[in-house]
Design a protein around this ligand. Structure first.
Ligand SMILES: CC(=O)SCCNC(=O)CCNC(=O)[C@H](O)C(C)(C)COP(=O)(O)OP(=O)(O)OC[C@H]1O[C@@H](n2cnc3c(N)ncnc32)[C@H](O)[C@@H]1OP(=O)(O)O
Ligand SMILES: O=C([O-])CC(=O)C(=O)O
Length: 375
């Protein structure tokens, strides 16, 4: 490298671009803290609503604060008629991530206060999106099945109501709890690609809806949130059923020979395993027991063992959450929108942090095109 050639950090790998107080990802200790609390402790006993308030406000809510938020959230849950109208115009073949991205954009166009990016304005919008995204995701899965929208129930918490709006029944506690755990684990993860996208958009003094719309676009890709959907496609390719260990090994050997990326494995930050996987795996195992699907666990274990043996690359959160969502009854195409519903909390916490301490995000590039010339 000469003096005139700057060092390039392809993919911003290893670059620390700003500070954040929202979460700490520590690959050395394999830990993840939300505002200082280990995510495993939050997943063990807190509601998703409490975790959302923690991410936004920096502290767990008091009983009064939680009650006030719960009232707002439950009153805002329904699918807006204008949003339903737009969704109904979209083809049934539209990817659910395109549908939820469009719905958030429509919500921004409908809100007369979109331009208000004050702390109070942004917090109100964060709460609104938190409450409204589940109705979009649930309705989109239902319409693809030719089923009508189901109205939310104000007597249910966020997790139970989400499942109610999707399936028209509240499943047993083991299922609701696994869903709550997945939402908490997916809520936040520092400067991942979609959160960084939200921060870039916010840094131009754009609005919260635009930032979340952009973040959804970034999350859709298979190298990021789209991996939970891709894991199920892999499971389907390998096939559920007996002899999963041998079949996984054979499938993996062929996939690696074709230089395929194995979705649900590997991570930009964690190189010794993803801190969230053991907690999500426990919930997924409980679901395989509840639904009497040992074949799903055999396939999960078989592919993980084969991948470890062949490459040493470990699973990320999308690996256990994919089969968990499958067992709960969600369509494979709905998996990444579930990630959206959870990550709305982290994205909006970062949008508020970026707004409070803003600098336009505009890195430099090194030119490697043709030298100056004239025609
Ligand atoms: C919740 C989340 O968003 S977690 C991430 C979800 N994404 C996935 O599961 C997609 C699959 N995984 C991947 O593609 C990668 O592991 C990423 C993109 C997540 C992280 O990758 P990076 O930090 O950029 O590492 P990079 O892609 O350079 O990988 C390093 C090496 O390991 C290999 N590798 C990493 N992950 C995988 C994988 N899942 N399958 C096969 N090989 C892999 C790469 O091919 C590369 O090999 P090489 O050095 O011989 O070229
Ligand atoms: O941190 C990342 O790069 C991806 C990830 O795990 C997440 O967003 O949850």
């Amino acid at each position: 490298m000469t003096d005139t050639q700057p060092q390039i950090f392809k993919g911003l790998a290893g670059v620390v671009v700003d500070v954040t107080a929202v979460s700490k990802v520590n690959p050395e200790t394999n830990s993840l803290l939300y505002r200082g609390y280990p995510v495993q402790e939050l997943a063990a006993s807190k509601s998703f609503e409490e975790v959302a308030l923690l991410l936004w406000n920096g502290e767990l809510p008091t009983a009064t604060e939680l009650a006030a938020f719960t009232a707002i959230e439950r009153a805002s849950r329904g699918l807006d008629p204008e949003v339903k109208l737009v969704i109904d115009e979209l083809p049934l073949t539209a990817h659910p991530m395109d549908v939820v991205r469009t719905a958030v954009s429509v919500l921004g166009a409908l809100d007369a206060t979109t331009a208000d990016t004050s702390p109070a304005g942004n917090l109100a919008k964060s709460m609104l999106l938190f409450a409204k995204v589940p109705a979009v995701v649930a309705y989109d899965q239902r319409r693809r099945h030719g089923e009508d929208v189901i109205e939310p129930r104000a007597d249910l918490d966020y997790s139970a109501n989400f499942l109610w709006m999707t399936f028209g029944e509240v499943p047993d506690a083991v299922v609701v709890d696994a869903f709550r755990v997945s939402l908490i684990l997916y809520a936040e993860h520092s400067f991942n690609a979609s959160t960084f996208t939200a921060r870039v958009i916010t840094s131009t003094l754009s609005d919260l809806y635009s930032a979340v719309t952009g973040a959804i676009g970034a999350l859709k890709g298979a190298l990021h949130g789209g991996a939970n959907e891709a894991v199920l496609h892999i499971f389907t390719e390998i096939g559920f059923g007996p002899d999963a260990e041998r079949r996984s090994k054979e499938w993996l050997a062929a996939a690696l020979a074709e230089k395929r990326k194995i979705m649900g494995f590997g991570h930009r930050v964690y190189k010794k395993g993803d801190s969230r996987v053991p907690t999500m795996r426990d919930s997924m195992v409980r679901l395989t027991e509840y639904y009497d699907r040992p074949d799903v666990l055999e396939l999960y274990n078989g592919l993980e063992a084969a991948m470890t043996e062949r490459t040493g690359i470990l699973p990320n959160l999308d690996y256990p959450s994919g089969p968990a969502f499958h067992l709960m009854g969600f369509d494979t195409l709905t998996f990444t929108p579930l990630f959206v519903a959870a990550r709305v909390t982290g994205w909006t916490a970062h949008i508020m942090e970026q707004t409070a301490s803003n600098a336009l995000i505009r890195p430099l590039s090194a030119y490697n095109g043709v030298d100056e010339r004239h025609f």
